[in-house]
Design a protein around this ligand. Structure first.
Ligand code: ATP
Length: 190
């Protein structure tokens, strides 16, 4: 079973796309879910509390936005455990499922160098305007905050240059389903 990573900027539509793949019989792992489990490990919880004085997600997000060193520190705590947990989850899927590939959805995959652990990388791309609108609606935040969240990440070209496959998601959901089917066909032929 091939391992395919799927990534892209905030609000590009990764989770929406993974859900469509799931409906088509493709299993997946969400690195965000894995990160939540890791954060709840007593040892990790204690380490975060010691370094940051809080384990509250929103508080931590604020600290990270204003302090790049804090971002490195939290990643150093979480990423090795996320890697270990997700490896176990992928092995479990591989032992049970007869699907041709699994999807690993993660925002940090290019930046952490984990890209080489996968057979291919799908990057989800959408215009900054669409993403801003979607983040505003989904997270109930201002345009300025949505743009700030987006600008804290790599820009569109940086995501795209690492892609084996690109899913364009600047249109409506019907167009997106069509795009996903196209990529699924290509992946099946690989
Ligand atoms: P994050 O990185 O924050 O987890 P994401 O890349 O997983 O974001 P989604 O949560 O899938 O993005 O999408 C962001 C929002 O935009 C969601 O509310 C989703 O329902 C909506 N959305 C995504 N794609 C489309 C589309 N093609 N048409 C309409 N709404 C969409």
């Amino acid at each position: 079973m091939k391992r395919i990573a799927i990534t892209g900027g905030i609000g590009s539509g990764k989770s929406t796309i993974v859900k469509i793949f799931n409906e088509l019989g493709i299993p997946s792992i969400d690195a965000d879910e894995v990160a939540k489990q890791v954060r709840n490990l007593p040892s990790v919880h204690a380490e975060i509390l010691k370094r940051f004085g809080t384990t509250d997600r929103l508080e931590l997000r604020k600290i990270i936005i204003s302090d790049p060193k804090a971002k490195d520190d939290i990643e150093a705590i979480l990423l090795p455990q996320i890697k270990e947990f997700s490896e176990k989850k992928m092995k479990k899927i591989e032992s049970k499922s007869s699907a041709p590939f699994l999807l690993y959805e993660a925002i940090l995959i290019i930046q952490t160098g984990r890209i080489k652990e996968f057979d291919a990388l799908i990057v989800v791309d959408a215009t900054d305007e669409e993403r801003t609108k979607r983040i505003q609606e989904r997270d109930q935040v201002s345009e300025e905050t949505a743009k700030g969240m987006m600008n804290a990440q790599m820009n569109r070209q940086e995501w795209i240059k690492n892609a084996d496959f690109i899913i364009h998601n600047s249109g409506n959901l019907d167009q997106l389903r069509h795009e996903v089917r196209k990529i699924l066909d290509q992946l099946m032929k690989q």
